[in-house]
Design a binder for this molecule. Structure first.
Ligand code: ZN
Ligand code: ZN
Length: 226
């Protein structure tokens, strides 16, 4: 397995095992990739003609445009927008305009760059689990895997591991999430109870941010920490 993938996987699993607030280690990897891609696109590669061709063709999603706006290079962003709008105008008025606009609307240069690398992270994590006893321990020490990445992690495991190993792997990953789900459910239930007058003077415990945590658990957290 290539080192360029094992390093970020190990780093994210370490960071999330150490600081449980971070949550899903794959979300952590996603945030790192996202940060790196935004730095690259708003930095030196912004003016490179072959990259400009790609950003003209793909554009960006709302989330990544918003993240770029928050960064400092407003002129660079505006220059990219200038030529993207120009491209858009030509495509919209040309043959198959409707189809082409649909394609532009659904694509994002940053998302596609991230996803190219991100999918490999799941196989790499399974590979590490298979080869490295310490990584098995790191997997056990995760707070949880958000449901999207839980599904991807187990699916990757099914593709890589033999039947017997997969059964162990599945049991381990399921256990991590089952434990978290148990406390999360209790917290959400307590949150609901707190609106009942009979419990209004009881302490909140860990339930106050449980709706936020439940959503993070269900959908992942891809918000960049800026
Ligand atoms: Zn996740
Ligand atoms: Zn995007």
């Amino acid at each position: 397995m290539e080192k360029i993938y094992t390093i970020p996987v190990n780093e994210a699993f370490d960071a999330c095992a150490e600081d449980k607030e971070k949550g899903c280690p794959f979300c952590e990897m996603y945030r790192c990739l996202e940060k790196k891609e935004l730095e690259i696109i708003l930095g030196a590669s912004m003016m490179e003609p072959d990259i400009r061709i790609k950003t003209n063709e793909m554009g960006f999603c709302n989330k990544h445009f918003t993240m770029m706006l928050k960064r400092k290079n407003r002129l660079g962003l505006a220059l990219m927008l200038e030529s993207h709008l120009d491209h858009l105008k030509k495509e919209a008025s040309g043959v198959n305009g409707l189809k082409k606009i649909g394609k532009i609307n659904d694509s994002c240069y940053v998302c596609s760059r991230i996803n190219n690398n991100f999918d490999k992270m799941f196989e790499t994590a399974v590979w590490l689990y298979d080869k490295d006893k310490a990584f098995e321990e790191k997997t056990r020490n995760q707070s949880y895997f958000c449901m999207h990445h839980y599904h991807k992690f187990l699916t990757a495991g099914k593709g890589v591991l033999n039947k017997r190993k997969y059964a162990d792997f599945e049991a381990l990953v399921q256990k991590v999430n089952a434990d978290y789900l148990e406390t999360l459910q209790a917290d959400v239930s307590w949150f609901c109870k707190k609106f009942d007058y009979r419990f209004k003077d009881e302490p909140w415990g860990n339930s106050k941010d449980s709706p936020e945590r439940a959503i993070k658990f269900l959908t992942g957290s891809n918000e960049a920490e800026e």
